[in-house]
Write a protein that binds this ligand. Structure first.
Ligand SMILES: Cc1cc2nc3c(=O)[nH]c(=O)nc-3n(C[C@H](O)[C@H](O)[C@H](O)COP(=O)(O)OP(=O)(O)OC[C@H]3O[C@@H](n4cnc5c(N)ncnc54)[C@H](O)[C@@H]3O)c2cc1C
Length: 402
């Protein structure tokens, strides 16, 4: 009987898991014996790392032809539940009744979601750049500000969270606001974080660079504070300051997709399944976990993969390969990703490129920006639907960052 690999998710990890699984099945010459099925709402790769950008074009490339080229079937819909004991998932198709699907190997690649704490007004008035819908809603809102009466609140954007997403979003906002409200408008962009200084969590090398970029782009830091409440016209901070602002963008905190909680075994404080060296869920026979849904060691000196696309691409390749390798008799491959780089976009100032877990500054300003643009516009996009070319880069030890 045909063996079934089901992959939930068509993000970076899910896509590369599918391509890598297809490669392994092909290498073993067992295409007739193993079926690979990907389930996700639509056959698109949402380019989440770019959703802070001003122009939301080509943010959801179609991967149908690519999946077809390597022999992976896509089912539009979602996985609603996992029954690890019976090796089954409930599939809710986009059209039609729920179905129960059996698997021999299941790869959970449903990613992560923005964590939204119960702050008064956040659900009603907060915007985000976490999903394409969220980024489009923010874009439409920003553009609509031009038709509102001039006021301090109209001209002010507050970004909650001074991590990667918050900084990338905030430093882009002044240019976006000026394009919408005019060069003469008295615009304000404020970034709020509980850290002792915005950017301090990036380490001593990046901190002065971030400080400089915020000053140059005109983003006002409010450190050591949290957003306490939001309404249609203002934001109240934890020290009681009320800032008139009709736009609040929430970027603080990610959590693994809720399906991760249905995988038996240990989970970390972000809700990720604690995977073994091969990205198996150790307490669930036949289940692999990957991307933002897994807590995985990147090396043997204590580093753990953060929730990033950079790691998702490799985690996907390893999980997909191993899921297929176990079925077709190829050697499995341990996950390892000792090299870590970051590239933080800081708007018109440029970008900050660092290497190592201690984030040593390597490139800044235009030099950094060139790398960021290459990452954002080329590296993370799906490859062309050419099976042999895809298989040449879908191996589990493919190194994305040389
Ligand atoms: C604004 C922003 C900026 C970022 N910047 C960077 C950066 O500079 N560098 C970096 O490395 N990372 C960055 N990231 C993080 C990066 O985007 C994530 O780490 C990455 O998307 C995780 O990949 P993934 O495949 O695990 O999950 P996702 O990309 O979230 O994909 C999850 C997939 O699962 C699907 N899905 C969801 N629910 C179900 C279900 N029930 N059933 C089936 N399918 C489902 C979704 O539709 C999607 O296809 C950024 C993220 C954001 C939001």
């Amino acid at each position: 009987m045909t063996k079934q690999i089901i992959i939930a998710g068509s993000g970076f990890a899910g896509l590369w898991a599918a391509l890598s699984a297809a490669r392994a099945v092909h290498l073993a010459g067992k295409g007739e014996e193993v079926a690979i099925t990907m389930i996700s709402p639509t056959p698109n790769l949402i380019i989440r790392p770019r959703l802070y950008e001003a122009v939301l074009e080509n943010m959801a490339p179609d991967i149908s032809a690519l999946l077809t080229a390597v022999g992976v079937m896509h089912l539009p819909g979602i996985v609603d539940s996992i029954d690890a004991d019976h090796k089954q998932v409930t599939f809710l198709p986009r059209d039609g009744a729920p179905q129960t699907l059996s698997y021999d190997r299941f790869v959970l690649a449903t990613g992560s979601r923005l964590f939204t704490p119960p702050i008064p007004g956040l659900k009603e008035f907060g915007f985000n750049v976490d999903t394409l819908d969220g980024a489009q809603a923010l874009d439409a809102h920003l553009k609509s500000l031009a038709s509102r009466p001039e006021s301090l609140g109209r001209n002010t954007v507050v970004v909650a969270g001074g991590g990667f997403t918050g900084l990338e979003t905030a430093t882009e906002i002044p240019t976006r606001l000026r394009a919408i409200l005019g060069e003469q408008a008295a615009i304000r962009t404020i970034i709020v974080d509980t850290a002792r200084e915005i950017g301090s969590e990036f380490g001593t090398g990046p901190l002065p660079v971030i400080r400089e970029a915020l000053a140059e782009t005109g983003v006002e830091p409010r450190a050591g504070l949290r957003v306490a409440a939001i309404d249609a016209d203002s934001v109240t901070l934890s020290d009681g300051e009320r800032i008139p602002a009709q736009t609040v963008i929430w970027t603080a905190g990610m959590r693994a997709h809720p399906l991760a909680a249905q995988v038996p075994g240990d989970h970390d404080n972000l809700g990720r399944v604690v995977g073994d060296a091969f990205l198996r869920a150790p307490a669930a026979d036949g289940i692999f976990v990957t991307g933002d849904a897994v807590r995985a060691a990147t090396d043997n000196i204590g580093n753990v993969a953060p929730m990033t696309c950079q790691h998702g691409l490799s985690l996907g390749r390893v999980a997909g390969h191993n899921a297929a390798a176990e079925l077709v008799g190829l050697p499995t491959h341990p996950y390892s990703q000792p090299k870590y780089v970051t590239c933080l976009d800081l708007g018109p100032w440029g970008a900050l490129y660092t290497e190592g877990w201690d984030r040593q500054v390597r490139f800044t300003r235009e030099e950094g920006k060139k790398i960021k643009q290459e990452i954002n516009q080329i590296w993370i996009y799906p490859p062309a639907p050419d099976r042999d070319a895809v298989f040449a880069v879908a191996n589990p030890d493919y190194v994305i960052v040389p």
